[in-house]
Design a protein around this ligand. Sequence first.
Ligand SMILES: C[S@@+](CC[C@H](N)C(=O)[O-])C[C@H]1O[C@@H](n2cnc3c(N)ncnc32)[C@H](O)[C@@H]1O
Length: 260
Amino acid sequence: MYLLSSEQLAHLLDKSALGNSCLPLIEGQILDIGAGCGSITDRYLAFLRQEHLPNGSSTQVFATEVSRNMVRVLRRKPGYEVFLTGSIAEHHCPPVWGDVAKLGLISCLNVLDRCLQPWTLLSDIRRLSLKHSCCPILIGVVLPFSQFLEAHVKHGSNASCWKWQCSKAMPERITYPGVGSHLLSFEKHAGSFARFVLKKAGLRVARFARVPYISAGDAVSPLYVLTTAIYVVQPTTDEELGEMDRVKVGKVQDNSAKGH
Ligand SMILES: C[S@@+](CC[C@H](N)C(=O)[O-])C[C@H]1O[C@@H](n2cnc3c(N)ncnc32)[C@H](O)[C@@H]1O
């Protein structure tokens, strides 16, 4: 799996945006949601300022996965605390909500189109970032956006912890004008995703990149290359959301007043 070079990550996460000579900003621990085999997670560690880890903590990375096989791989890595779960809500992932953890980055790369409840996940990501002083969030999505649930997520199986959850949880659909269409440009999709998904979830885009997502292919195509949109986002506070709602309502009232 290849998504981002260390230089690209440094550039995206650089606090001062003054080029790659500046140190990136990750101060604290990292939560990587749907970390897969951890090949991208490992790259984050290069940016972690160890002195900003909570006192005495050996955990550098919290990772979540619904695949038991991936969890097994991740648990072999030093400094990783891994959760077999499809949710980051308080009762599924208690340590990241506790007062001891100090998150400096939340990452969710190429997961929203593969998970059962992407809206719930986005909402929990926003709440968690707010709890950790609005730490930055890295969201990656392959565009055109197209939801696909792998069998172990959809039906639950021994390969996942998701069996029990499927009986209770309703799948959530992300949709917006033109979703999945190969007739629209990447830019159009990237804009729509930001507007109809991220903004709606209370996340504000700070930076953006277009990167290739390369994985091992088959006998015919030795490599699969997809295009991923990477967004660095920050949570809109509850006050800002309230203000935006008031403006919207104000506009509607204004327009209806004009109509009369
Ligand atoms: C396409 S892979 C991406 C892996 C890695 N983040 C990357 O960018 O290479 C999607 C991963 O998300 C996992 N996944 C799906 N739904 C999830 C959820 N709700 N929470 C955590 N992991 C999930 C899948 O098991 C799979 O390993």
